[in-house]
Design a protein around this ligand. Structure first.
Ligand code: ZN
Length: 252
């Protein structure tokens, strides 16, 4: 008998799973609002149509499901054979018929959900490897999926916005993004201030930083490279008279 509820009883993990499932439902809603012809339209990501976004989200669910199978069985099964294979798969997926694309999204999401649901409590701590080569416990896959579905729903560019994304997801995104800058050393003399949360990230050691500030949703939108409406800049990096907001360092 297959259980109809999650095997894990960890409250933190269950909350994370709920957030990922809500994000998937949010993406599904935005996707379903698009007509088949509208799928051909541009997304917010340069060079990608909405078809590419949808294919990417579908294949991402399959890739994460492979990690859960790995955690369950101990038999290594990577997300993708390589980044080239992943990119190629997305390009191919973008050429599918609208109905096939929609099925890809629906079926892969259901499959991943079943894999998560049936993963035994202790297997959630088994280590798997991400496409970036990071060794993480299987629990991390829930966040990996969450951030994809919430953010790429905005990238579909048919009405979803960063302020639709729950605050805990936005906060974690900002931690991820500023953490990536820090690792690469691209955050020198840059401070990011979230005005409605009392949060500060970036180069705390700088004597004369450029400070980019705004409400959480606007700051994450800027940091993710999706635009700069709603944020302001001050300091050496901002053009003195106009307060022009500099582009955020590259994230991914
Ligand atoms: Zn993505």
């Amino acid at each position: 008998m297959v259980a109809r509820h999650d095997q894990t009883t960890d409250p933190e993990l269950l909350a994370a799973l709920l957030q990922a499932r809500r994000g998937t439902a949010f993406f599904a809603r935005k996707l379903n609002e698009l007509s088949d012809t509208e799928l051909d339209g541009d997304s917010l990501l340069p060079g990608w149509t909405r078809r590419h976004i949808t294919a990417h989200i579908g294949y991402n669910a399959r890739a994460i499901a492979r990690l859960i199978e790995w955690a369950a069985t101990g038999v290594e099964s990577p997300m993708y054979a390589s980044t080239d294979v992943r990119d190629h798969e997305i390009d191919f997926g973008a050429t599918l018929s609208p109905i096939a694309l929609r099925h890809l999204f629906d079926h892969s999401a259901v499959h991943l959900n079943v894999e998560w649901r049936d993963l035994p409590e202790d297997a959630w701590h088994h280590k798997v490897r991400t496409i970036q080569g990071r060794e993480v416990p299987a629990t991390e896959t829930v966040w990996m999926r969450s951030r994809e579905v919430w953010m790429h729903a905005v990238d579909l560019d048919n009405g979803a916005a960063f302020h639709d994304i729950p605050a805990p997801v936005l906060e974690r995104l900002l931690k991820d993004i500023t953490g990536a800058w820090h690792t690469r050393g691209t955050d020198k003399d840059l401070v990011v201030r979230v005005t409605d949360r009392d949060l500060t990230f970036g180069d705390a050691t700088s004597d004369s930083p450029t400070v980019v500030s705004g409400p959480l949703a606007a700051v994450v939108e800027w940091a993710a490279g999706r635009g700069n409406s709603g944020v302001t800049a001050a300091g050496p990096g901002a053009a003195a008279t106009t307060g022009t907001v500099p582009p955020a360092p590259k994230w991914i």
